[in-house]
Design a protein around this ligand. Structure first.
Ligand SMILES: [Zn+2]
Length: 265
């Protein structure tokens, strides 16, 4: 048996038998980890409460035969406290966790950049300083960058012609020049493209200058891009895995739609 520690975000919690739980963690150095927390569903459990979704925790585990076993948990940040009573922030945070879970198929593969993005997004949501859906959009754009799906915002996604261009195609991967323009493009406003670029680069001074209409339009494009990539990824999976993953993508799409609807009301 070998012991190891890592800083982690709790992505998901599932029941296991009478008293145990399987905890899915996004760790700083060990990628995604699925660990067993024994006895945590008893009320006397010392660390059960720390292993809830959104928790940022320092965890000690030992390597098990199938799943690793969690033996110690210390709280680093209790992000859940700032999220559970604010519905738009809560749904945005759920979408952050779900996306991180979807983008890390391979367990044990290091994903430091994604881990940092998740911690940053949860912290920004829990702080309640910035608009929840802008924080979510900034996270989703950067998470797509992590996955190799960053949209082209100024240059043409197909030929690289410098822009800005008028047309935008989710299938083509972002902005497209008049020559490469496929059928069924949308024409986002210039400000929406500026916003997408500012969110990607964390230029919040620029983000704050944008109008509500551009924010709505940017959110719609981000959601469409993410859904398109996730569904394409889904089609490449073996059939057995595909059914369970389809549920997760539907759930994520529903969460993103909910965040959008919240903003429109
Ligand atoms: Zn082009």
């Amino acid at each position: 048996m070998s012991l190891y520690r890592d800083a982690c975000v709790v992505l998901r919690v599932q029941k296991l038998g009478e008293a145990d739980r399987i905890i899915t963690l996004l760790s700083q150095r060990h990628g995604k980890i699925r660990g067993v927390a024994k006895g945590v569903r008893r009320t006397s459990s010392r660390f059960g409460a720390r292993l809830e979704p959104f928790g940022h925790v320092d965890v000690q585990l030992y390597t098990g035969r199938t799943l690793d076993v969690i033996t110690q948990v210390d709280t680093l940040d209790a992000f859940g406290v700032g999220l559970v009573e604010d519905y738009p922030r809560y749904t945005a945070a759920c979408a952050v966790l779900e996306t991180a879970d979807r983008l890390t198929a391979e367990e044990g593969e290091p994903v430091l950049r994604l881990y940092l993005l998740v911690v940053g997004a949860l912290r920004a949501l829990a702080d309640r300083q910035r608009d929840a859906s802008l924080v979510l959009d900034a996270f989703l754009l950067r998470a797509m960058g992590f996955a190799g799906w960053a949209p082209a915002v100024t240059e043409c996604a197909r030929c690289g012609e410098p822009g800005p261009h008028q047309s935008f195609s989710v299938q083509a991967g972002g902005s497209v020049c008049p020559r490469c323009r496929p059928a069924g493009c949308s024409s986002p406003s210039r400000e929406t493209l500026v916003l997408l670029d500012a969110l990607t680069h964390g230029d919040w001074a620029e983000v704050d200058r944008t109008q509500q209409a551009s924010r709505r339009e940017a959110s719609g494009l981000v959601a469409a891009l993410l859904q398109w990539h996730l569904e394409r990824q889904l089609r490449s999976l073996p059939l057995v895995e595909r059914r369970t993953s389809a549920g997760a993508v539907d759930r994520l799409a529903a969460q993103v739609r909910e965040v959008l609807a919240e903003r429109q009301s």
